[in-house]
Design a protein around this ligand. Structure first.
Ligand code: 9MG
Length: 284
């Protein structure tokens, strides 16, 4: 798939490093802020480290999507993410993904060099479909039931896997109508977004049903509460559980894994890839 100026082979596993330029994200929120001021240097130190560790994408977000988060103004989001994208594109060879639902941010991020639009609202905000189409960039459509403020209050589905499958059919059709071809669409079931623990576990177990649609799949489970709830671990002790989810997701068809811990995830996926492809690559 072509991400602005870079082509990536999505038959291989890829790791997307998370850089949240927000004061309030659940895991790395505030890492790049001092007294409400953006610390560009600190963000670039993290970006360089993630690239050196083998990330294929850096996902830059300026609006927290953690459960209970409040929306942010368009201008604040622009002021947070655009300088970071410009600095990364000026010095690093990496695909920048813009984590946004805001049409104005999509447009400016594309102009600044972003190669992917990652929208947890699947281009559902007013004007987002057209803005994304105009950039000509690939888009990642993520499923969320409700909105971040209320999504974890009693989420319910008839059948979580097929409900989400039907949701994607409808969103893909909407994308096609505004000129975003299916070949530029990545889908993401949205672990933790309006889902109980059981919904999340079922989605991961049956991810291959969504993979059978033939579109690339992105997943994000890094440090999320589905890991914390199974293992009874706080946010900073969820790496091992996260690696198990990354390996299972790749084995079931995911090709991009969005994580905070790039180096161990790259190793885990390279190892899994070698095992899966051992019939053709390993001689006795
Ligand atoms: C921004 N963001 C937070 N969690 C995410 C997930 O699971 N997938 C995608 N695509 N984006 C996410």
């Amino acid at each position: 798939m072509l991400f602005a100026d870079q082509r990536l082979d999505l038959t291989q596993p890829h790791v997307m490093g998370v850089i949240n330029v927000t004061p309030d994200s659940f895991s790395d929120g505030g890492d790049f802020f001092a007294s409400q001021t953006l610390c560009l240097d600190a963000a670039m130190v993290r970006a360089r480290a993630m690239v050196a560790q083998g990330a294929s994408f850096l996902d830059i977000g300026g609006e927290s999507t953690r459960p209970g988060a409040d929306p942010v103004s368009v201008q604040a989001e622009i002021d947070r993410v655009i300088p970071v994208i410009e600095a990364i594109k000026a010095s690093l060879d990496i695909v920048v993904s813009i984590d946004t639902s805001t049409p104005e941010v999509m447009t400016l991020a594309a102009e600044a060099g972003a190669g992917l639009i990652n929208d947890v609202r699947a281009l559902g905000r007013k004007g987002a479909l057209q803005a994304a189409a105009d950039t000509k960039l690939p888009v990642c459509l993520m499923h969320m039931q409700g909105d971040p403020k209320t999504m974890q209050i009693n989420p319910s589905y008839n059948s979580v896997v097929s409900d989400i499958g039907h949701y994607f059919d409808e969103r893909i059709e909407q994308c096609n109508l505004v000129g975003i071809p299916t070949e530029r669409i990545i889908i993401d079931p949205g672990f933790g977004f309006g889902k109980t623990l059981v919904h999340n576990l079922q989605l991961l177990k049956h991810l291959s049903v969504l993979a059978n649609k033939g579109l690339p799949i992105l997943v994000g489970m890094s440090r999320k509460s589905m890991i914390g709830n199974v293992l009874n671990r706080p946010v900073d002790q969820r790496l091992h559980g996260g690696l198990a989810t990354a390996v299972m997701a790749y084995e079931r068809g995911a090709r991009i894994v969005r994580v905070h811990d790039v180096a161990p995830t790259v190793d885990a996926l390279r190892m899994t890839h070698a095992i899966i492809n051992s019939d053709v690559t390993v001689s006795q």
